[in-house]
Structures are given as structure tokens and as C-alpha cells.
Design a protein around this ligand. Structure first.
Ligand SMILES: [Fe+2]
Ligand SMILES: [Fe+2]
Length: 355
């Protein structure tokens, strides 16, 4: 337990509370920061946790965070998801505070994953992390509402992750535009987090498939109104948040749904979420298969969709990734993706596949 590692960029900060909830062996190595930048291994992978030692670190030495190696962040995420699933199956297992903390930890992990992929400035990502945690804490003030929301977002595979990512990229975009009002950020963050909540009310298990029936598509396109109505019963969710949910599939060219609104008639924060939503859908959908795109491919594919997004906002969104330089192979891949997208559009009469 004395391995010294001095490169802090190799480590992800994790919550000691999560480790305290592991009853079995720990599936990854757990580190502690002994002094500035000096990490030592506290618990070894596939060994049981010494809970008494953990309690002493937490209560007597006031240690709030432990660390995992970045190479094991997916294993850690799986572990947090299992704790969340177990809490949802038996709500008595976790107090409202611990539920909020577990969900916040999921959000922090999502921030880390985005940081590792996009290399967006670390300080900006830390700011985004605080913002999304603020949204979750706000929802958590009403534990029953938070539970209902999380249960709904867990109805479909990847929806919680998609919602958190959409929230984070919406926050990053509005910051890039220059908005910093606390209230605007909270409304936007909650709206983005809840934008697809209506999907939980669909009468069938939703998963994107090219062979979806016309009737199923019709039902999917009702999810903004379903979400809007569902949120009416949660008093802590304000009207602005519901409007974001209702209008997140509207498009400035009037081709969106549910109301075919044109540019000026669409709520500004919905336009922000629309961009983040589409982007996250492209990079996350079928993460494991070849249909997901790199972030540059996703941006290239979005540029092809003329009129779907607010021009100025989309310009700002692209600047988030201005530090990325494409390799020759990436340029070729992007050109290839754009061609495939155009072919797909010509062949399939379904203009909006994002959920
Ligand atoms: Fe979505
Ligand atoms: Fe949606």
C-alpha cells in the first residue's frame, strides 16, 4: 500500500461515500493523496475494503475524496451505476442525501469522461461540474421529485448519461455565449437534464432502430408534450424549465416538432439544448457500435443540417472545440460521414432521429 505516483493527471477524484457503500471486494485500485501530488494505493483491486480504516480516514482525518486511475474510470462508473440501481430497487437502502450524492457522482464522472475526450479547459469543466451538481442538489431538495426524475431517466438505456451530457454541453455553450446569471444557468441546466423525461412515458421500450414503425415515430414525437405535462406536477420545476422540455425539438427553419415554430418563436434556452442534445445523441448513440461519431464528425454532420439550429449559437458551440486539430485521416472520415449522412437523408423520410 505504499506505491508512490506523482502525476495527478492520471487520477480521477472520487467520493469516499461511494467507496463506503461497497460491501464486496473493490473492483479497482483505490488511491489516496498523501500530500500535494503524491498518491499511494489504499485498497487493492479484488480485495475487500477495510471499512474501519475507511471510517477513520473519513471521520478522524477528514478525508473527503479518494482517487482511481483514469484507466479504470469505466469500472468505477459501473460500480456507481450498480449502487444507484440498487438504491432505486429498494429506496430504503439510501437516504435522500446519499441518493443526491450518488447522482452527483455520476455527473462528476460524466464531466471527467467529457474532459478526457474533448480536452476542454479543465477550469471550465470544473465550473460545469459545479453547475450540474447545483442542479441536482436543487432537485434533491424535494427527494421524492428527484427519485421520480431519476427513475424516469433510468427507464431507457443510456438516457441518464445522455441527459447529463446534454446538460453539461448546454452549460458550456451558454457560458461560451457569455451568460452568467445564476437563475438562467439553473433553468437551462434543469431543462437540459430533464429534456427527454417524456420518453419514460412511451408505451414501448425505446431504442433507436432504423426499422421503427410510423406509429412508433408518431409516439416518440410526443415526448416533449409528455415531459411538459409530467413536470407540471413537480412544483420545484419552473415554467422556463418546462418550456425548454416542450420546445427542444423545434427548429428555426420551422421543420421541428411539436409545433413547427420558427426561429423567433422558439425559446432561446431550448435552442441551446437543441444543439447540445443533437451533438450528444450523435457521439453517444450506440456508443459501442460503429454508428457513434467522433466529436469532429458530429460537428461536421450538424453543419450539414442547414436551418436546424440557431446559426449564432452553433458558431459558438463549434468554438468550444477550436483547439482540436484534425489529422488527414479524420478529414477523410468526416468527408465520408457527411456523404453517408446525405445519402441517408435522401433515402429515409425521417428528418429527426434525435430523442
Ligand atoms: Fe435527447
Ligand atoms: Fe428529445
Amino acid at each position: 500500500m505504499s506505491q508512490k505516483i506523482e502525476d495527478s493527471s492520471e487520477f480521477i477524484k472520487i467520493s469516499i461515500e461511494i467507496i463506503r457503500q461497497i460491501q464486496d471486494v473493490v473492483p479497482f485500485d483505490v488511491y489516496i493523496e498523501r500530500s500535494d501530488g503524491i498518491f499511494t494505493k489504499l485498497f487493492h483491486k479484488r480485495h475487500p475494503i477495510d471499512h474501519e480504516m475507511l471510517r477513520r480516514y473519513h471521520k478522524e482525518k477528514n478525508v473527503a475524496n479518494l482517487y482511481v486511475h483514469t484507466g479504470e474510470h469505466k469500472t468505477y462508473r459501473y460500480c456507481v451505476e450498480k449502487i444507484l440501481d440498487s438504491a432505486l430497487s429498494d429506496i430504503k437502502k439510501l437516504s435522500p442525501e446519499k441518493l443526491t450524492e450518488t447522482i452527483s457522482e455520476m455527473a462528476n464522472l460524466t464531466i471527467t469522461e467529457i474532459y478526457l475526450t474533448t480536452e476542454i479547459n479543465k477550469k471550465v469543466m470544473e465550473w460545469a461540474g459545479k453547475s450540474i451538481t447545483g442542479c441536482i442538489t436543487l432537485l434533491g431538495q424535494n427527494p421524492r421529485a428527484l427519485l421520480r426524475v431519476i427513475e424516469a431517466l433510468k427507464t431507457h438505456q443510456n438516457m441518464l448519461k445522455h441527459s447529463m451530457m446534454t446538460c453539461i454541453f448546454s452549460m458550456l455553450l451558454i457560458k461560451k455565449v457569455g451568460y452568467d446569471s445564476e437563475r438562467t444557468l439553473m433553468m437551462l441546466g434543469l431543462g437540459a437534464l430533464l429534456h427527454d423525461i417524456g420518453m419514460a412515458m412511451l408505451p414501448f421500450e425505446w431504442e433507436f432502430k432504423p426499422d421503427m414503425t410510423v406509429e412508433q415515430w408518431k409516439q416518440i414525437k410526443e415526448h416533449p408534450q409528455l415531459g411538459y405535462r409530467m413536470l407540471e406536477s413537480i412544483t420545484s420545476v419552473k415554467q422556463e424549465v418546462r418550456t425548454i422540455v416542450l420546445q427542444h425539438h423545434e427548429q428555426p427553419n420551422g421543420m421541428g416538432y411539436p409545433s413547427n415554430r420558427y426561429g423567433g418563436d422558439i425559446y432561446y434556452l431550448s435552442k441551446v439544448v437543441s444543439i447540445a442534445d443533437c451533438f450528444c445523441d450523435k457521439i453517444l448513440r450506440h456508443e459501442e457500435d460503429e454508428q457513434s461519431m467522433s466529436l469532429l464528425e458530429a460537428l461536421a454532420s450538424m453543419r450539414e443540417e442547414v436551418g436546424r439550429f440557431d446559426d449564432q449559437l452553433f458558431q459558438h458551440f463549434q468554438k468550444l472545440f477550436g483547439h482540436f486539430k484534425r489529422t488527414k485521416n479524420e478529414e477523410e472520415d468526416i468527408a465520408d460521414t457527411a456523404t453517408k449522412e446525405t445519402d441517408k437523408k435522401n433515402n429515409i423520410d425521417k428528418k429527426d432521429t434525435a430523442a
